[in-house]
Design a protein around this ligand. Structure first.
Ligand SMILES: [Zn+2]
Length: 216
């Protein structure tokens, strides 16, 4: 019961600008929510009618999560957060384009979020398809091929493994890490915020079996 009590005591409200919150504190807040989700003890905060009214005029999210579009990995659910808490951007395989980068820049520059998380996940279909592209040359149709090319370099840069599952898991981690690197390289605004300590930028992976988000 001690663990439950300490979780229950964790602060949930963020009805003020997160400007004074350190990146590590924002990460801790996500971890605490994920621990509740892992334990099946979600509090589903910030969904009530009174809370919604506080958000009509403004928003103060304390984190930006760039996650995969996969239906099994909605950030608000796996971090047990509610309305106004997380500025969420989702694209299959966390692949970047200019609009995605611009959305994250908006969160950092205009909303002052102290933390950006690039969130991959176990059994990612987009990464699996990119592995297939590298192995067989089958790159999918339409704009899916463009998407998969955004993951191809990750697959080619990941050391081979006889175990396909282990290789896929390594590719998932490396994709989140590479997107973090790309964000730094392609956005001076994000890079400067991170280097100045105003924002953290971390790769992480969600485990579908154990429901846990691990920082990488
Ligand atoms: Zn995915």
């Amino acid at each position: 019961m001690a663990a439950t009590a300490s979780l229950a005591g964790a602060p949930l409200a963020t009805a003020s600008p997160p400007g004074s919150m350190a990146p590590a504190q924002a990460w801790r807040r996500l971890v605490e929510g994920n621990e509740r989700f892992v334990a099946g003890r979600q509090r589903h905060p910030h969904e009530g009618m009174a809370w919604r009214e506080t958000l009509v005029e403004d928003q103060w999210p304390f984190a930006c999560v760039l996650g995969c579009a996969d239906s099994r990995v909605p950030p608000e659910l796996i971090f047990d957060r509610g309305l106004g808490d997380i500025f969420t951007v989702r694209t299959a395989g966390e692949v970047l384009d200019e609009s995605i980068i611009g959305s994250i820049e908006y969160a950092v520059e205009h909303l002052g979020v102290p933390l950006v998380v690039v969130l991959g996940h176990e059994s990612c279909g987009a990464v699996t398809a990119a592995v297939e592209l590298v192995r067989s040359g089958n790159g999918g149709s339409g704009s899916i091929s463009t998407l998969l090319r955004g993951i191809e370099a990750t697959v080619r840069g990941t050391p081979g493994d006889d175990d396909p599952d282990a290789f896929l898991a390594a590719c998932v981690v490396n994709q989140a890490r590479r997107v973090v690197t790309q964000l730094r390289e392609r956005s001076a605004l994000i890079r400067e915020a991170v280097d100045a300590g105003r924002a953290g930028l971390v790769p992480a992976v969600y485990d579908l079996d154990e429901y846990r988000v691990t920082r990488h």
